[in-house]
Design a protein around this ligand. Structure first.
Ligand code: FES
Length: 345
């Protein structure tokens, strides 16, 4: 250790941050890489084993610019697999913290807040799994309620997203009470647009002589379908099913589900990662709790609760998606066509 309080080597700096300990236990077996969905799905250069080695060798700049430093979502699929029980996402988080302190920035696109519409309720702050959102105050331009087309600047509180911590799960957007947070690529309008753009004509209704065939819309988490067999079923679902992709099941709001039924879709399915395997930590559990509330809403609207279903797809699934699609189609067939009959008040 030098005379200053700052640890001398890069490895010591990482170790000094909670989560960064035990770095030296890695013997580069590569089990973490074999478990990692980021490496398999979106970035072949992603490699925790290599990052830990860079740290041990003191290669600071290479570590700071590595995609591994920025793309880890702390899903921790690698943690139970590591024979040395290194909390790898903790080490990566420590490297990321040092990278940010050194002036590096995340390459990911963060969620955006419409500061004029935000009323700083704090819901997004509570739900964010990465503690990326805080409440700040400052000057904000808003529409002048007294003069149409004019704006005025007011001092107000609003939510602010730290772009270096946000991982883009969209849970803030789906939880925002003012609908003022958006995630580019998965805004409400873009997800709704995907659902509306679905073409039901090819292959539907399924049997040519059927009087009626159900239409099932499946909102499928991008990370939940992992086995080759399931990816094939996702690309070619049964004729009664159409798929809308979402970054995490937690991006699906009750509004999407109820709107689909209102538009004449007979059943809606939400597919997420199994417990403990949500790419964004706890999004699947949040969505499951939210769907329980949605069912109450369906009850109020006079619709059968089985029209909206939620399922976790197991990691070791082999053809589970196909079975799931068949089951939901069969359930919706038994219910018959949706009859939109809101009888509120
Ligand atoms: Fe799949 Fe959250 S990432 S449910």
């Amino acid at each position: 250790m030098a005379h200053s309080d700052k640890p001398e080597t890069f490895a010591d700096q990482v170790r000094a941050i909670p989560g960064g300990e035990h770095l030296e236990l890695c013997y580069s077996c590569g089990t973490c890489v074999s478990k990692c969905l980021i490496q398999q799905r979106i970035e072949p250069e992603y490699n925790p084993r290599r990052l830990l080695r860079l740290v041990m060798l003191g290669m600071e700049e290479e570590a700071f610019s590595s995609p591994t430093t920025w793309l880890c979502s702390e899903c921790d699929l690698c943690y139970p697999a590591c024979p040395q029980q290194i909390h790898i996402s903790g080490v990566i988080g420590a490297v990321k913290q040092l990278a940010v302190e050194a002036g590096h920035t995340s390459p990911l696109t963060p969620a955006r807040v419409d500061t004029a519409a935000c009323f700083a309720c704090g819901t997004c702050i509570e739900v964010c799994p990465y503690k990326a959102i805080s409440r700040v105050s400052g000057a904000v331009e808003i529409a002048d309620p007294m003069a149409r087309g004019s704006t005025l600047v007011v001092e107000k509180e609003y939510a602010q997203v730290d772009p270096n911590l946000c991982m883009g799960c969209g849970l803030c957007a789906s939880s925002c009470l003012a609908s003022c947070i958006t995630l580019d690529g998965y805004t409400d309008a873009q997800i709704d647009g995907q659902a509306r753009a679905v073409d039901w004509s090819p292959g539907w209704p399924a049997p040519a002589d059927a009087e009626w065939s159900p239409r099932v819309l499946a909102f499928v988490c991008n990370w939940s379908v992992r086995a080759e067999a399931d990816l094939a079923h996702l690309a070619a679902p049964p004729p009664e099913v159409r798929v809308v992709s979402v970054p995490c099941s937690s991006r699906v709001t009750p509004t999407f589900l109820v709107t689909a039924l209102q538009k004449g879709i007979d059943g809606v399915l939400v597919v997420g990662c199994q417990p403990g395997e949500c790419h964004y930590k706890e999004g699947n559990r949040v969505e499951q709790a939210r769907l329980a509330m949605t069912r109450n809403l369906l009850d109020l609207l006079g619709l059968e609760e089985r029209r909206v279903q939620f399922a976790w797809l197991p990691t070791d699934s082999r053809g589970a998606l196909s079975r799931l699609f068949k089951q939901v189609v069969s359930d919706v067939c038994a219910l018959g066509p949706v009859a939109w009959k809101p009888e509120l008040g």
